[in-house]
Design a binder for this molecule. Structure first.
Ligand code: IVH
Length: 671
């Protein structure tokens, strides 16, 4: 292999790995600019040595120059839309019409989620992605080839056997919820405009003239039909068979697709998905049912804009309009003040919503919201209802501006905004009644100490009656005290005391999470518990030591140290332990997790085993395998040809071993 070839290969491997970290693992190990530099280096190398270019090179995912405009693309066959069914009766009517036309007793239907994104058509010639276009008016769309190429999951080159000479596939480009939430979170923090919903986000991201911008948006693609195919292989018998083949060529299809025997199966499928809809990782607005047999589809044909062989059964909307009657300012556990809109109750995403978060003061400004405004409320998944947009032309004359308070609404102390933060905070800590209440609610919550039956109303009663000041006081409560409270009977008092007693037996990770340290969620709590094994070493840990823990950076480490430095917090923890809160001390690691807590990097060429094999073996022993060397790396396995990672490990003084040493250690670990 020539020097250039090796360099191009190394750059490609690096870029592919970084892309995976960025898009799939949500854990980029390098900055955007480092990524861009590597991409630019590869692009230059490929320009200077065209023989090095490969059709699936990461450079092919991003166009070098922004476009001036989108080229029109005429679709070979019009891109149709779908008729909608809004009820079970509509669906039964559809099935009856299909059966009558075909003179059939029962029809097999392919069922798929109806993704809420943007329809696109993609063409592969001899396996290479050559064209992509939006639906446009159905006949002519816009050429967005470079942007579609930048979507990670879209194959630039098909894989497998019997690749057709020409393949046009239709499907939906969408933005998974997690990516959407994260994108909006970042936009809010940076003071730029968030998207109203994942669909708008997908549309806005796809219609970028600069594909470099599209690349940074977390888009995905899912195929839902075959547009046109020229191939030596015979035509497909059914839609489901065609989808299966697309999947084998590497094109993403819905993992929820299913074929059912009759319309009864469609009903059952609809119910099932309607029930699990909120748990999916992407927005869907209904279910599409398609006659599975392609010959029957042909026979049924289409009317004007929609086929007769398919229908979309719609779900209740996840967005509705309603009126903002006022704004309340809530003080959370960490003192952050969140504006919450009080709404005229509205049924959205399957529940009645009467409050929606407005996030922070900037968000109110950005929305340009006033009391009395009609707004779009959105609720999807487990996400708290949001005010997504203001309907400007419905503003009444008596609409009133919203003033963000300067004082804490609970304790009157002056609110503070840290430089660079969007959030105003009350800094009174547990001296603020709202923060005390919220921290108790957090402490008792299901994933923390899991005290059943201690709702917010009871917490308020306990605080008002002065029975409880800190969470430790909960463990001092007795049945007589509780039975004296309003709405408490003897039985309910006994139950609560029993539930509190039961929570004494907990785990270290629950306890750490329950403390409510800023930015220490469940995952961080688990990692801290695994790393330190008990409370004392955690209390004594320095900012530097804390940063050895996976995912703990300087900010979180600072919060942890700050929390334990607070005498009141230490007193509460001591009391909790004196009052019998305890947890088992974890056993030392045993097989399967022998390397847990360690981070390994494998680089260069290995002889006896593949790099993937080595990485897999490390993971099986509980290690984390990373694509880049950092201060958190435990050790590096380096084979011949190792370059920058080896250098960096040497600079950082990290242990480097060769393959022979690795194999011998592997033997002893696995023994
Ligand atoms: S089939 C001729 N299947 O819904 C039939 N469409 O409202 C073509 N859509 O324009 C559509 N998920 O963009 C089909 N599993 C799915 C779909 C789906 C989303 C979109 C598609 C279409 C629109 C019609």
């Amino acid at each position: 292999m020539s020097e250039h070839q090796a360099r191009a290969k190394e750059l490609r491997e690096r870029l592919v790995r970084w892309s995976k970290e960025y898009y799939q693992d949500d854990a980029p190990s390098v900055s955007d600019s480092e990524f861009d530099r590597a991409l630019q280096a590869l692009r230059q190398l490929e320009q200077e040595h065209p023989e090095l270019a490969t059709p699936d090179s990461p450079t092919q995912r991003v166009g070098a120059e922004p476009l001036k405009g989108f080229e029109p693309v005429t679709h070979r066959h019009p891109m149709l839309s779908l008729d909608n069914a809004f009820s079970s009766d509509d669906l039964i009517d559809f099935d009856r019409r299909v059966r009558e036309r075909l003179d059939a007793a029962a029809i097999r239907y392919a069922c798929e989620p109806k993704l809420d994104g943007i329809a696109v058509s993609i063409v592969w010639r001899d396996g290479d992605l050559v064209l992509a276009a939006t639906r446009g008016d159905g006949r002519t769309g816009e050429g967005i080839t470079q942007n579609v190429r930048s979507i990670e999951c879209v194959p630039l080159q098909l894989k497998g056997a019997d690749i057709p000479a020409y393949l046009e596939v239709r499907g939906e480009v969408y933005m998974p919820r997690a990516g959407f939430e994260q994108f909006n979170k970042r936009a809010r923090e940076e003071g730029s405009k968030p998207f109203v919903n994942p669909r708008n986000a997908a549309a806005g991201s796809l219609r970028q003239l600069d594909s470099g911008i599209t690349r940074k948006r977390p888009l995905a693609f899912c195929a839902y039909s075959l547009g046109h195919m020229e191939s030596d292989g015979g035509p497909f018998a059914s839609h489901s068979e065609a989808m299966q083949q697309l999947s084998e060529w590497g094109i993403p299809i819905s993992e929820y697709g299913r074929v059912v025997d009759s319309i009864a199966g469609c009903e059952a499928y609809y119910e099932e998905l309607a029930e699990s809809r909120q748990r999916l990782s992407f927005d869907i607005d209904g279910i599409v049912f398609k006659v599975d047999d392609l010959a029957l589809q042909q026979q049924l044909g289409a009317v004007s804009r929609a086929p007769r062989w398919a229908i979309a059964r719609k779900f209740p909307a996840q967005e509705e309009m309603t009126v903002v009657r006022g704004v309340e300012f809530q003080v959370g556990r960490t003192g952050a003040v969140t504006p919450v809109a009080r709404l005229d109750p509205v049924f959205v995403g399957g529940v009645t919503v009467s409050n929606a978060t407005l996030h922070n003061a900037d968000e109110i400004d950005r929305l340009g919201l006033m009391t009395g405004d009609t707004v779009v409320v959105r609720r999807a998944g487990d996400v708290i209802p949001q005010v997504a947009a203001v309907v400007a032309d419905r503003r009444p004359d008596d609409a009133e501006p919203i003033a963000f308070p300067e004082q804490c609404p609970a304790c009157d102390s002056t609110l503070v905004r840290a430089p660079g933060e969007a959030v105003w905070r009350c800094e009174s800590g547990l001296g603020c009644p709202a923060q005390r209440r919220a921290s108790i609610a957090h402490f008792v919550s299901r994933r923390a100490m899991d005290i059943d039956g201690l709702g917010e109303k009871i917490i308020d009663q306990l605080l008002a009656s002065d029975l409880v000041q800190t969470v430790a006081d909960l463990y001092r409560l007795n049945t007589e005290q509780l039975a004296d409270l309003e709405r408490f009977g003897e039985k309910s008092a006994e139950n609560l005391v029993a539930a509190i007693a039961k929570s004494r037996d907990t785990s270290l990770e629950r306890f750490i999470y329950a403390l409510g340290i800023r930015e220490v969620g469940e995952t961080t709590a688990r990692q801290l518990a695994a790393y330190f094994g008990n409370l004392d070493p955690l209390i004594q840990a320095s900012v530097e030591q804390l940063q050895e823990v996976e995912d703990v950076g300087p900010v979180v480490a600072g919060h942890v140290v700050g929390f334990f430095a607070e005498p009141a917090n230490r007193r509460t923890m001591d009391s909790l332990i004196d009052l019998g809160v305890h947890w088992p001390i974890p056993e030392p690691d045993q097989g399967g997790s022998q390397l847990s807590g360690q981070t390994w990097v494998v680089t260069g060429k290995l002889e006896a085993m593949s790099r993937d094999g080595a990485e897999e073996a490390l993971r099986a022993l509980g290690a984390k395998v990373s694509g880049s060397v950092s201060g958190k790396t435990t050790a590096v396995v380096a084979g011949p040809g190792a370059g920058s990672k080896l250098k960096k490990a040497e600079t950082l003084g990290i242990e480097v071993i060769d393959e022979t040493e690795f194999l011998s250690r592997l033997n002893s670990w696995q023994a």
